[in-house]
Design a protein around this ligand. Sequence first.
Ligand SMILES: Nc1ncnc2c1ncn2[C@@H]1O[C@H](CCC(=O)c2cccc(C(=O)O)c2)[C@@H](O)[C@H]1O
Ligand SMILES: [Zn+2]
Length: 352
Amino acid sequence: MTDHRAVPAPRDPHAFIAGLPKAELHVHHVGSASPRIVAELAARHPDSKVPTDPEALADYFTFTDFAHFIDVYLSVVDLVRTPEDVRLLTYEVARDLARQQVRYAELTVTPFSSTRRGIDERGFMDAIEDARKAAEAEFGTVLRWCFDIPGEAGLESAEETTRLATDDRLRPEGLVSFGLGGPEIGVPRPQFKPYFDRAVAAGLRSVPHAGETTGPETVWDALNELGAERIGHGTSAARDPKLLAHLAEHRIPLEVCPTSNIATRAVRTLDEHPIREFVRAGVLVTVNSDDPPMFGTDLNNEYAVAARLLDLDEQGLADLAKNAVQASFLDEPDKAKLAAEIDAYTAAWPAS
Ligand SMILES: Nc1ncnc2c1ncn2[C@@H]1O[C@H](CCC(=O)c2cccc(C(=O)O)c2)[C@@H](O)[C@H]1O
Ligand SMILES: [Zn+2]
């Protein structure tokens, strides 16, 4: 008779992941607008072209390529028109993070896209800060901001983003880092060096997107010209062994967003995703969700994807969550506290 106990059942990591305390380091503010939030904003602004029916919205969020993704992304940006819209979006995004046991998130915010659409800059800053404080008090999720330059919008957007991030009268308390997003093709990174220099001089950490849709040379530029301390995506680094060795040696973490890379067609299939190569090369890998509702994912699902691709058990998933804590811009005592919470959860698993 076969002893079925000898064949371990494939583990379902979902329950463990759902309760695992986590940190999210790469997630966009507008890109986190769930169907529920989109419907609420669209009800306020009925002239919008963004569909509100969840099925139609899922179709709308199917992208032919990265440029198409950005077009659709900007149509959702157009839904956010007043400081009260900004507050609603931010607060509701925090609620969705808290439901996934995300204790700490660095949310990438693009203030230029809002101020150029006519939202008052003071009103914008007050709205995100008000939502941040309410979310921490009510949901226990700590939010911090990364202000990013939408590179394709040109140096005017870089100047404006830098001003908003460094002017002491405007700069929000929760701001910790400075980024660069949008398309990379035709938008060379070195031109943003003076803006990153100013942001870093003002105490912000450098976290540009690089190597999402272009080759490893863009990641080198992000490191050498922009002083990157973490890399958003960095997917194409897998094609350059010297770069992988450099990232590993200098402990520059990658913010890997597997489902995003498939949805924007930056990578063909999950099985071809280079996350395994990154781990094999000793790079500090964090897993993140990028624009979760637009890509039909959430952070928990990204951890499940990583568990499959990296063959992780519960301890491996806990280590992945601790990578994000280590790579975060929390201070050391808060890092230690969150890492201890992850350890305690893992030690108590399976919870009785
Ligand atoms: N996977 C991603 N990879 C890269 N970026 C991503 C990703 N997901 C979301 N973003 C966001 O998309 C924005 C792009 C905005 C942009 O290009 C643009 C161009 C011209 C005008 C305007 C405008 O506002 O008028 C905006 C970025 O700032 C970034 O925060
Ligand atoms: Zn991103």
